[in-house]
Design a protein around this ligand. Structure first.
Ligand code: AMP
Ligand code: MG
Length: 419
């Protein structure tokens, strides 16, 4: 079953109010197998509201409308829809009395202005709204069905969950639209697409979306219009197939945070971690300590921003003079120095050019060197990240966590301590 959503509000178009109702409805309808095929946002004006609803009804015969049910002159949804369904607005004494009574219990007097909120297009089913003064309305006619809901987010959500979802669920015969996200990092969207090309035809009837962000590329697999007991195993089987081609780049599912995945691996392996951060200025430590229980694994770190602090940490001045602070040698020495100082099993060092200034041909903005030192060895990695200063710093933290996770998973950093 398909449906469309029309959100009404000039403030939504001006960008002063974020359209959170749309996201909420999309998720709820997905959960009951109703495909939201289009959303339109229109100003508080008769003609745009009318045409958006008419066009939506033409396409899907089911339109959900958010907003414009208030008591002010710009709240015209009911009038428009009444005309569309060719029914007059009628005053409902039952709704009015209920409102008056509710206000009286709160010691308040209802304004005459609210009388219009007790007007109902003839034949509409009234959806009680205990959180506000405008009830929801469900109209059925030759054109299809229109479900009118107040725009106030708390009221909208309450009516969706209590009145709309239960009725639509019955009709969709318990079908669901269900998604699963496979989170990847350290690989560009295009390179990922190349790897997925060979298996993509076999994913049907599931669909696959690629969603790039600072943490990496999320792959969203979606099952449409299936019973939950059919959707879940299908999603799991196909997610497994995707993981075989994404390999080390896939670190988790759905909302998984790489920092949490990394810490869990450290806990399993008994690895204690420390960080030496230059261009990320504590961001990596923040990512790690954001995770509850990080103290079991995380010793601490040093923000070695100025060269003098890098030296104090234990990086030889001659290394900084000869190779510069953003260099393979500096990253390695930062990691080694921190590992010795804190006696951790794995030290992670980051030094780079976050920009926007300070880049050169040899060391462009976005260049970051990473050092990883365990009790025996140290290795360095070099990456040039795209984006703003914030993006570069965030991507550098994610990359550091990814490499550190792979090292711990492979058993690096625990050999000596265990032997
Ligand atoms: P209305 O029902 O149009 O009078 O809207 C009442 C309140 O809800 C206003 O403060 C709007 O800014 C807010 N609102 C309306 N539509 C939305 C929406 N789609 N998402 C979030 N808030 C909304
Ligand atoms: Mg409004």
């Amino acid at each position: 079953m398909d449906a469309e959503l029309v959100t009404i509000g000039t403030e939504l178009l001006l960008g002063f109010t974020l359209d959170t109702n749309s996201a909420f409805l999309g998720q709820r309808l997905g959960g009951i197998g109703v495909r939201l095929t289009r959303r339109s946002t229109v100003p508080d004006e008769l003609e745009p509201i009318r045409s958006a609803i008419v066009e939506g009804l033409d396409r899907t015969r089911l339109v959900i409308v958010s907003g414009g049910l208030g008591p002010t002159h710009d709240d015209v949804t009911k009038r428009v829809v009444g005309e569309l369904f060719q029914v007059p607005l009628e005053f409902s004494a039952a709704i009015w009395d209920e409102l008056v009574g509710r206000f009286a219990r709160l010691g308040r007097v209802l304004s005459e202005r609210n009388r219009c909120q007790a007007e109902v297009p003839r034949g509409a089913h009234v959806l009680p709204n205990p959180r506000g003064t405008a009830p929801g309305l469900w109209l059925t006619g030759e054109a299809g069905e229109a479900i009118l809901l107040p725009g106030v987010p708390g009221e909208f959500r309450g009516l969706v969950d209590e009145q709309v979802v239960p009725r639509l669920r019955e009709r969709s015969r318990n079908r669901v639209v269900r998604s699963m996200v496979i989170r990847t990092t350290g690989i560009a969207e295009s390179a990922l697409a190349d790897r997925l090309a060979s298996i993509e035809p076999q994913l049907a009837p599931l669909t696959l979306a690629s969603l790039p962000g600072l943490a990496g590329v999320d792959l969203r697999l979606t099952a449409w219009d299936l019973l939950p007991e059919e959707a879940q195993p299908l999603l799991e089987r196909q997610a497994e197939r995707i993981r075989t081609v994404t390999g080390d780049h896939a670190y988790g599912a759905d909302e998984d945070d790489l920092a949490a995945v990394f810490l869990a691996e450290c806990r399993r392996a008994g690895v204690r971690v420390g960080v030496a951060e230059s261009c990320t200025g504590g961001m990596l430590g923040e990512r790690i300590t954001e995770i509850p229980g990080s103290s079991e694994v995380f010793a601490g770190g040093v923000i070695a921003y100025a060269n003098s602090v890098k030296e104090e940490l234990g990086v030889p001045a001659r290394i900084l003079d000869q190779y510069g602070a953003v260099s393979q040698e500096a990253a390695l020495e930062m990691a080694r120095a921190l590992q010795r100082r804190f006696s951790v099993d794995l030290a992670i060092a980051i030094t780079g050019v976050a920009g926007p200034g300070g880049g050169s041909e040899a060391k462009p903005v976005g260049l970051v060197w990473f050092g990883f030192a365990d009790r025996k060895n140290a290795v360095a990695r070099r990456v040039v990240f795209p984006g703003s200063r914030h993006d570069i710093r965030a991507r550098a933290c994610q990359f550091a966590l990814w490499q550190a996770w792979l090292r711990v998973r492979a058993g690096e950093g625990e050999t000596e301590r265990r032997s």
